[in-house]
Design a protein around this ligand. Structure first.
Ligand code: SF4
Length: 222
């Protein structure tokens, strides 16, 4: 096992505990209505359900960037409370995005079937280390750990974060779209050398890869 694999294994072992989660409830960090800020669906209005807890701990050393997402705090929602909150935010419905933390820790068939029955289309953004239930309408896998640790092997879009000096990802995952994002700084900015590096990566690999930017950070919306 390489030192890189060692570090990946350690991060996966450092899994969160969902001991506060009662059956039929979800630990949710926040629910809000905004625009999808990146990927092929950028600009689409979405109700974001940001789940609490993650099974990884991304740092510059192991992922090329430091996680800046607060995912430990939560409020416990029943499925009915989640339905009501989403509909309050956007009564005309449309798209809902499950994110986190790692949403794969909590997404289940009840959530998918209930939201579909209410008329929502369901997107998810996951680190890919947990195989998702079937039925989601749009899957974005953004791996932060080695290819062999990824359990969600298919996606609509596959997105990697790269900083200066990191090579194009060697991936065996199947996706419709392959995206490279420059690493972001804690203040939400992107360093010019990281951006130029990612531009060069996609120009050198034009058959498969495209540049992805987090537009919501540039225009300062959530
Ligand atoms: S997978 Fe995402 S939420 Fe989890 S630690 Fe990494 S960047 Fe943060």
């Amino acid at each position: 096992m390489t030192s890189n694999q060692d570090s990946t294994q350690k991060r996966l072992v450092d899994s969160p505990v969902l001991t506060d989660k009662k059956p039929g409830t979800y630990l949710v960090n926040e629910v809000f209505y905004s625009l999808q800020g990146e990927g092929k669906r950028a600009g689409t209005p979405m109700v974001f359900i940001r789940f609490s807890q993650c099974n990884l701990r991304c740092t510059v050393a192991n992922a090329g960037f430091d996680c800046d997402t607060e995912f430990m705090s939560f409020r416990q929602f029943s499925i009915d409370e989640l339905v009501q909150e989403a509909e309050r935010l956007n009564p005309s419905k449309g798209w809902m995005l499950f994110t986190g933390g790692e949403p794969g820790l909590q997404i289940d068939k009840l959530l998918i079937s209930t939201m579909h029955a209410q008329g929502w289309k369901l997107a998810v953004e996951t680190n890919g280390t947990i195989k998702l239930p079937t039925g989601l309408d749009w899957i974005t896998v953004s791996p932060k750990s080695a290819d062999h640790t990824i359990r969600q092997r298919t996606a609509n879009e596959l997105k990697y974060v790269r900083s200066h000096g990191m090579s194009i990802p060697a991936t065996s995952l199947q996706a419709e779209h392959y995206l490279i994002s420059p690493a972001f700084q804690p203040d939400g900015s992107v360093r010019q050398d990281d951006l130029q590096w990612c531009i060069d990566l996609v120009k050198q690999n034009p058959q498969q890869w495209q540049l992805n930017l987090q537009y919501h950070k540039f225009i300062d919306i959530r």
